[in-house]
Design a binder for this molecule. Structure first.
Ligand code: ADP
Length: 388
């Protein structure tokens, strides 16, 4: 019987293995595949074939059905056990439907009758090699994706854990500070009261940053769930403008008074999350508006939606950046933008929360002329949005 004939180096994933106990046929195979420059090994029986399969990486196997020490369908099963992507073609002199079904069940890709046209087999081998390479590439990409997703999951978990760790001491610091301030306030001179104000503002700011990071990690993991209740956007807007008043003062920006037009209108929303949306948008508006500029909120009543417009007379955003600024970590590279600091997650959180509410957010802005961020929210949550 013919010895395995190596026609090229081992270890390549584009190799072909041919298993047949007819020496005359091996000669034919050798001639045709060799002429095509394909990397082919030969085995004269099933046992020899298994040894080769254990040692080498085969993409395609052509095997006779009736082999001396092993049947072709069993060889197909064992080869697929070792590499589920390998393409095994079983060849027989007496083809039958039952035989074909048995081979396919064992993992063979094709079942062919003899005699065969060697040229057709060469074409088939090329096609199998191509499929194998594509499947390998897909498998590698899936593996890469799974690894990336795992790293991403670990990162979100880490960010979320660290933020929780930071929030606990911040809460107790804030509690202790509030108690001390009440006791101290009356006995302090103006300078010291100012210092207390600085501490308070910075504790608030830290709380907002940590809240943002926590929300971001939850959004990334899909665990941020809104609790829908009836809320007044007007009251929330008022609260946020008041809570950010120290920032307005510090930056020399004027807060425009809120109009009362839509003040009675309520929507179903998560008030904590909408407060976060407003805080991020108003915070940005103040941050990107030079001293002397104005920032305000308008609320408009539409049929099924309420729309909030957070506007400023600041540096504006160029049209080509409008679709990018809601991407996570994206920051426009301008001098005032960079001076203002930030982490590039504020607008991604805004978009994530608005999406969870079944709403929409978009920007209208021209560079140097200020910005208008529109947030449109449904008044009533449908079942699907409620389960989002
Ligand atoms: P950051 O932490 O950088 O503020 P955001 O996601 O909140 O991150 O905003 C992304 C970028 O969009 C900002 O870095 C800034 O370049 C731009 N931007 C956001 N709001 C405004 C605004 N009101 N005026 C001008 N640029 C803005």
């Amino acid at each position: 019987m013919a010895e395995p004939a190596n026609m090229s180096s081992k270890g390549s994933a584009s190799r072909i293995l041919i298993v047949d106990d007819e020496e005359s046929l091996i000669y034919v195979w050798q001639r045709f595949f060799g002429k095509e420059g394909m990397l082919v090994d030969f085995a004269g029986d099933g046992k020899q074939a298994l040894d080769l399969i254990k040692r080498g990486d085969y993409a395609v196997i052509f095997s006779d059905l009736n082999l001396p020490s092993l049947r072709g369908e069993e060889l197909a099963r064992l080869a697929r056990e070792r590499d589920p992507l390998v393409c095994v073609n079983v060849i027989t002199g007496a083809p039958s439907i039952e035989g074909a079904v048995a081979c396919m069940k064992m993992g063979a890709c094709d079942y062919m009758g003899k005699p065969f046209d060697p040229l057709n087999l060469v074409v088939k081998a090329r096609r199998c090699l191509q499929h194998y390479a594509q499947k390998k590439e897909m498998a590698a990409m899936k593996e890469e994706l799974a690894r990336y997703e795992e790293i991403n999951r670990l990162k979100s978990e880490f960010v979320s854990n660290v933020s929780h760790e930071l929030r606990t001491p911040l809460f107790s610091t804030r509690g202790a500070f509030d108690l001390l301030r009440v006791d101290l306030a009356s006995g302090l001179d103006q300078t010291r009261r100012k210092l207390l104000g600085v501490i308070e503002n910075n504790l608030d700011r830290l709380g907002q940053v940590i809240g943002n990071v926590l929300d971001f990690a939850k959004l990334e993991r899909g665990t941020l769930k809104p609790e829908f209740k009836s809320v007044s956007l007007h009251d929330l807007a008022q609260e946020v403008m008041e809570s950010l008043s120290p920032l307005f003062t510090q930056r020399g920006v004027v807060a425009a008074p809120l109009k009362r037009e839509a003040s009675g209108r309520r929507i179903e929303a998560d008030s904590g999350q909408i407060r976060q949306v407003l805080t991020n948008l108003v915070g940005n508006a103040v941050k990107f508006t030079p001293s002397g500029g104005r920032v305000g909120i308008e609320i408009r009543d539409h049929e099924a939606m309420l729309e909030m417009i957070i506007w400023d007379t600041g540096i504006g955003v160029a049209p080509q950046e409008h679709s990018k600024i809601f991407d996570r970590f994206y920051q426009v590279d301008g001098s005032l933008a960079r001076e203002a600091g930030g982490s590039g997650i504020g607008l991604a959180i805004v978009k994530g929360i608005v999406d969870l509410h079944g709403g929409a957010v978009w920007i209208e802005s021209k560079l140097g002329e200020g910005s208008r961020f529109h947030v449109s929210l449904p008044k009533v949550q449908t079942k699907e949005q409620g389960n989002a």
